[in-house]
Design a protein around this ligand. Structure first.
Ligand SMILES: Nc1ncnc2c1ncn2[C@@H]1O[C@H](COP(=O)(O)OP(=O)(O)OP(=O)(O)O)[C@@H](O)[C@H]1O
Length: 256
């Protein structure tokens, strides 16, 4: 994917200004930056929630200025959100099946959730969902209502639902926010495993600099809606503009 010269504004607030960013196939790329730097806005442009005022996005060889989120899901861009956005009243496996339906056809959803399990199509979808649950070590929780699960597990279910869309590019908006140290370690392991097992390209927004530096192949830094750095963790950690703008030498030292 190539983001080129993208600008987004809300009234007078410039959320993004002339941002260009290449996302290379198979990499784990993190976007960091202070609160309000434009990280979520960039994710929202990439999967079509916001339309850029100017600039283009090229994905899988196709350039576009506008795209609907449903189209993004169908074209292989998966997403999790900053705040858990699962169907809390539903159980774990049904949430994953919703992800399948988002990618592979809306009519499937009614069948999957309402009819007894008869059709070959439904069996196939359930098997695919079961495989994802096993991959993320959630199979024992398949029938648990999402609302009854600890926060860290809910975040993992959200990852499962995003994976159910079989994304080529997976966007994770603060996948470890609010987690305990142990939950973060588990989530990092799963993210790495997704990347290695399926070759999924992963774009993460994350505030925990230690996590970012340990997990990412590359890091891009936004500040006041502009990209100020882009490179390997080591290069970004040593960048004087990054140190001045955001991280502070103490935070960098801890992450090193
Ligand atoms: N829907 C919106 N309406 C108006 N202003 C918005 C909207 N979304 C974002 N903004 C503004 O755009 C700027 C960038 O916000 P954005 O949420 O992209 O930053 P962020 O880096 O993700 O921040 P955080 O780390 O706090 O999540 C901020 O000034 C924010 O107030």
């Amino acid at each position: 994917m190539q983001v080129s010269g993208v600008a987004v504004a809300f009234g007078g607030v410039k959320a993004l200004t002339d941002v260009s960013l290449a996302i290379h196939e198979g990499e784990i790329l993190s976007i960091i930056g202070p609160n309000g730097a434009g990280k979520t806005s960039l994710l929202n442009v990439i999967n079509g929630v916001y339309h850029p005022r100017s600039g283009t996005i090229t994905f899988a060889g196709k350039e576009r200025a506008r795209m609907r989120p449903a189209f993004a899901a169908r074209s292989g861009i998966g997403r999790t959100f900053q705040h858990v956005s699962l169907f809390k009243g539903m159980n774990v496996i049904d949430n994953v099946l919703v992800g399948r339906a988002a990618r592979f056809g809306g009519s499937l959803l009614g069948k999957l959730l309402r009819l007894p399990s008869t059709s070959a199509e439904e069996r196939r979808e359930r098997e695919a969902a079961e495989r994802i649950l096993a991959f993320l070590e959630l199979e024992h929780l398949r029938k648990a209502p999402v609302a009854s699960l600890p926060y860290g597990i809910q975040k993992r279910v959200e990852l499962a639902r995003a994976l159910a869309t079989e994304p080529r590019l997976l966007l994770l908006d603060e996948p470890m926010a609010g987690m305990t140290h142990e939950e973060k370690r588990d989530m990092c392991g799963f993210i790495r495993r997704v990347n290695e097992s399926f070759g999924t390209t992963i774009l993460i927004i994350e505030h925990d600099i230690g996590v970012v530096m340990g997990l990412s192949d590359r890091v891009a830094v936004l500040n006041y809606g502009r990209k100020i750095a882009d490179g390997t963790p080591d290069v970004v950690r040593a960048d004087p503009q990054v140190i001045a703008a955001y991280l502070g030498s103490a935070a960098l030292g801890e992450a090193a």
